[in-house]
Design a protein. Sequence first.
Length: 388
Amino acid sequence: MSSLLIQNIGALVTGDIDKPLASADSIYVEDGVIRAVGKNLSQRADSVIDAQGITAIPGLVDSHSHPSIGEYTPAQNSLSWITNYMHGGVTALISAGELHIPGLPLPPDARTALSLALVTKRCYDNLRPSGVKVFAGTLLLVPGLSEKDFDEIAAAGIRLVKFIFYDYSLLPNGEAERYVRWAHARGIKVKIHSGGVSRSGVSQIAGWEIVSRIKPDIIGHITGGPIPMAEAEMIRIVAETDHYVESCSSGNYRMALVLARAVKQHNAYRRVLIGTDTPGGTGIIPRGILREVSYLSSVGEIPPEKVLCMATGNVGRAHGLDIGFIQEGRPADIVLLHKITGSVAEDALDCFAKGDLPGISTVIIDGEVRVAGRSQQTPPPERAATHK
Ligand SMILES: [Zn+2]
């Protein structure tokens, strides 16, 4: 049994959008699980981190990423991106489909799509680059899948399927709605690529009409990936439906601002998820989630502790995963961060509110310290946690 005690935390963000801040200054972890969150905890532990008064947040969960093979991304012919994202505070990645595999016929036929999902799922089950949890094997929904295929992905532990290449002219035959029923019957969530055509060139366009027909759980990159649906259609989805909506850092900034306003007006904070939609044509952006949190907090004028929940607990809840919270019984995925020297902000939360990025000091995944002292991908925080 290994244990870890984090003391002297300043602000503590919970990941729970209904109660984003905890009045607590310490976290006790045993065997990778958070056992206690409270004030002045003093359990004996194998190792102790003195947070020196800086902020603790749940590890960031990228709601929309595109892993392919290990840490290699064909999208930019680059290596090691997942480790670099971890240094940007990301402790989990949700795959929006492994569609960058070189030579993959687009759209794939049903057997190819199914095989790709199963192989990728099995590989990432066996591989955690720098400890990062990669939820991959997201099945790309194409015509011709059978209910048995949904049994097979459920048995493999796949929990997400995605509409992106499905030919919506086939909607009258009822197959797409059947896919949604088959997924839900097995506890699998459904995401849709919304907006205009993606880099692949063959993704299908989806706005209000398609979304209200198919009724997926999550509207992928509603503010653009990179091209959003019409503004009025996006607002209608926020105002008139219960769908989760993603805002990705690779999207349209103006639409992200429109989304922020609509979310405030309709009190839809619980339904917003933050992702990057990378790697892709926008590149590899280790600080992508931090930048989106900063944008929605400062320009979008949503309190930063709430926006952080959209990049942590909301994403876990929407995808049916137990990650994204600093709460008893949850995996100990924790990031410690603070203002960067020279920033006019007071602390990490104030950084986001003012549009600055904070510096990361410590990243912990399943109770294991992965970054100590400072991150390789942010400037150093003015004050860093110490670990002994
Ligand atoms: Zn995408």
